[in-house]
Design a protein around this ligand. Sequence first.
Ligand SMILES: Cc1cc2nc3c(=O)[nH]c(=O)nc-3n(C[C@H](O)[C@H](O)[C@H](O)COP(=O)(O)OP(=O)(O)OC[C@H]3O[C@@H](n4cnc5c(N)ncnc54)[C@H](O)[C@@H]3O)c2cc1C
Length: 412
Amino acid sequence: MKKDIVVVGGGCIGLMSAYCLQKSGRDVTVIEKGDITDGTSFGNAGLLSAFKKAPLSAPGAIFDTLKLMLKGESPASVHPTFDLHLFKWLLKFAASTTEARLKRTLALFERYGRISLDMYETMVKEDGMDFHFCKDGLLMIYTEQKTFDDKAAHCTNPEAYEILSKERTKEYMPILNEKVIGSILLKENGHVDPGEFMLELKRYLEEKGVEFLLNEEVQRLEFEGSKVSKIRTSKGVYEAETFVLSTGADDTLARQAKNKFLMTPAKGYSITFKMDDALKPKTSSLFADLFIAMTPRRDTVRMTSKLELGTTNPDVVRKQINSIHKNLSLYTNDFVKEDMVEWSGFRPLTPNDIPIIGYDENYNNLVHATGLGWLGITFAPAIGKIVNDVITIDKKNNTNTDILLFSSFYQG
Ligand SMILES: Cc1cc2nc3c(=O)[nH]c(=O)nc-3n(C[C@H](O)[C@H](O)[C@H](O)COP(=O)(O)OP(=O)(O)OC[C@H]3O[C@@H](n4cnc5c(N)ncnc54)[C@H](O)[C@@H]3O)c2cc1C
């Protein structure tokens, strides 16, 4: 029997699309090649960090990265490769690091960050989902005087920022040593436990009748005229009114529909562990100069870092894990990390921090929802809403304001 909506990919973007479509009364099937417990949407830091935080493609990003590379503390690296696609991505990234873009991107982040935070709150308070969710700000910790002073000079709105001395910073993050300069609390941000969120969302969706086909890989899209007529999976063949592709950093299926999105997998790592409660960070924190995040969760703390381009090796590479520990240890006192769990995953990264959302330009029953890069958890609810709106209300891209504003189809 022909299905109504098939969502391919059960990461946070696929599940939030399913959530919004189900609320609009649509019948949704999610097809996922894994079991929804180990992907990028599970192992990330869980920062909800849309407010007052520069995008990756910010002015100065390249210079700052080179500086850290020289100090041996750089979180970013590019593996040697002859991949033309990656060269194009890097050129576009460099071209995107302008003041004009920064201004627009920050405004878009606030717009979609606000929608997302409100939706997270609704899921907890009205839908009764039980996941760790806090709206207590993001502490940006500075280890370089100049970056701290530059940032602090712009933090004039006391509703959005609190500038903290070294001593006050240590109250938030007791493990810090004397080398830390100070911090700025970006008050509007928050954090979730992404694994708890994903499992609760899946439970909720199942209860509402969303069908999950797990451990089933979609291998081929088949086309008839301007439509995707069916999809072939490792277990069967399905027809649907509409297909949503939310396969994260894996663009195999998008390419079958003749798309060559300027998106690249950006590998990152997390290390989750137990630590003394008295030493845990009081809120989610980011070492601004090192790109190391630390997020307190119910029983553990999660540390994330690294942004590797030019690799698709899924293994946890020891050298990278050691480098995260080493970089953190430069600015912290010794502390015990118990029951460490190491993980790696790939961010679906576009060169200008703008996602790929909306109807395919060749096939009119195919909708794309990916390219969220390092902010997928932050924006997943808003993206789910946009996917739902374009399918159920607008039915095409150019009458959906959010797609005009926040999709690579229009903001390339
Ligand atoms: C180290 C690290 C830290 C991060 N920290 C944060 C953070 O603090 N805050 C934040 O907002 N974001 C963060 N992110 C980014 C965030 O995790 C991602 O943007 C987000 O998870 C992407 O979600 P997605 O649903 O697009 O992709 P994914 O989570 O990758 O989901 C895609 C799914 O599609 C499935 N799939 C792929 N191909 C097929 C197929 N052919 N058939 C069936 N299924 C398929 C995959 O198995 C996968 O489960 C971080 C990422 C990393 C790596």
